[in-house]
Ligand binder design. Structure first.
Ligand code: CAA
Length: 380
């Protein structure tokens, strides 16, 4: 299978590459250093269509596919994984479930502002006791006739307090296990909806990760997303797509580290010659390139499978599992090629190494991806 980009895709990739080089790369180290969310980039990304690539034009999006979307996340993540996950969580975890499960009214109400970047999206599933065991939701949404009363909290929420629209999961029937979970659309500013602490993280420090707190939030009935009790399936289906976005982020991080290392080894002189002249360097870079290329094929394949329709859980899980492990390994090799300088903040590879680690953890750990892949083979 070969992925030959068409003219439109090449144009999209080149536009985002240029934007990333000019606007994101110069501030990536500062965002990490200061743990600063790059709010100013959102309208700029929106201007080049990045906030709504796979959303149909009728809902304000660009109307392109998932392969186009992963090209964007990959390009951005080459320079800044924090900005990459901001776009990925917004698109895959908030816009997509509204598009896939929302009523026509919900799509008309929320998607145009999300897809044009006037509003930012987030997704709240994880809780202190519901991480990998996502069905163990403690948040509750009590049916009060014309509204649901939402109580509880969510942790580790990407885009946290900077988002405007949230897809949130809570128990509507505690006795029904995962079939008692429902999904809701929340808006910033709803009474009783506040933000807890911001996480201080090892990597993706420019991404805003917050706790969300719900204290008797009155959620209008029309904000129920999908059917009552179908929330767990909505979450799982959403994460299938989210995992392709994170796989693309991991791919971008790995490519960024490979590019940085390939440039550095030509400049760095030791023993009277550039270290690129040593076979160890050549072999290491050859391995890194092969790993990145293999990851790219899996990521593009998963995105294409999603574009084709039908089930793509296993393809998404394989792409995320492989690309995240490649990102971890390739960034580590890049630091090694840089030697002592690679360990300093003078060069980007130590940041890339820290950023890579989260791709093996969020939106399902590597262990969860293996469970999904094995289950798809009928091995449970
Ligand atoms: N699509 C639709 N439905 C699905 C599905 C999918 N991909 N996967 C499972 N389901 C359905 C099953 O068919 C089953 O339905 P029935 O009972 O009707 O048959 C139901 O969901 C339960 O399935 P399982 O028995 O497989 O569920 P489980 O409780 O054993 O959990 C799990 C399986 C894979 C471990 C799952 O809990 C999981 O994916 N956990 C990880 C959660 C995760 O990725 N969290 C990340 C949160 S977001 C984030 O990281 C932050 C961020 O903002 C970036």
């Amino acid at each position: 299978m070969e992925f030959k980009l068409n003219d439109e895709q090449e144009l999209l990739r080149d536009t985002i590459r240029e934007f990333t080089e000019n606007e994101i790369a110069p501030i990536a180290a500062e965002l990490d250093e200061q743990e600063r969310f790059p709010e100013e980039l959102i309208p700029m990304l929106a201007d080049i269509g990045v906030m709504g690539i796979p959303i149909p034009e009728e809902y304000g999006g660009v109307g392109m596919g998932n392969l186009d979307y992963v090209l964007a996340v990959e390009e951005i993540s080459k320079a800044c994984a924090s900005t990459g996950v901001t776009v990925s969580a917004h698109t895959s975890l908030c816009c997509w479930p509204i598009l896939a499960f929302g009523t026509e009214e919900q799509k008309q109400k929320y998607l145009p502002e999300l897809a044009t970047g006037q509003k930012l999206g987030a997704f709240g599933l994880t809780e202190p006791n519901a991480g990998t065991d996502a069905a163990m939701q403690a948040s509750t949404a009590e049916d009060k006739g014309d509204h649901y009363l939402l109580n509880g909290s969510k942790i580790f929420i990407t885009n946290g307090s900077y988002a405007d629209v949230y897809v949130i999961f809570a128990m509507t029937d505690k006795s029904a296990g995962n079939k008692g979970i429902s999904a809701f659309i929340l808006e910033k500013g709803m009474e009783g909806f506040t933000f807890g602490s911001k996480e201080r993280k090892m990597g993706i420090r420019g991404s805003a990760t917050y706790e969300l707190v719900f204290d008797n939030v009155k959620v209008p009935k029309e904000n129920l997303l999908g059917e009552v009790g179908k929330g767990f399936k909505i979450a799982m289906a959403t994460l299938d797509g989210g995992r392709i976005g994170i796989a693309a982020q991991a791919l971008g991080i790995a490519q960024g580290a490979l590019d940085a290392a390939a440039a550095y080894v030509k400049e760095r002189i030791q023993f009277g010659r550039p270290i690129s002249a040593f076979q160890n360097t050549q072999f290491t870079l050859a391995d890194m390139r092969t790993q990145v290329e293999a990851a790219r094929l899996l990521v593009y394949r998963a995105a294409s499978k999603k574009d084709e329709g039908g089930k793509y859980s296993a393809e998404a899980a394989m792409a995320k599992l492989f690309a995240s492990e490649v990102a971890r390994d390739v960034t580590c090799k890049a630091v090694q090629l840089f030697g002592g300088y690679g360990y300093t903040r003078e060069y980007p590879v130590e940041r890339m190494m820290r950023d890579a680690k989260i791709t093996e953890i969020y939106e399902g750990t590597s262990e969860v991806q293996r469970m999904v892949i094995a289950a798809d083979m009928g091995i449970k």
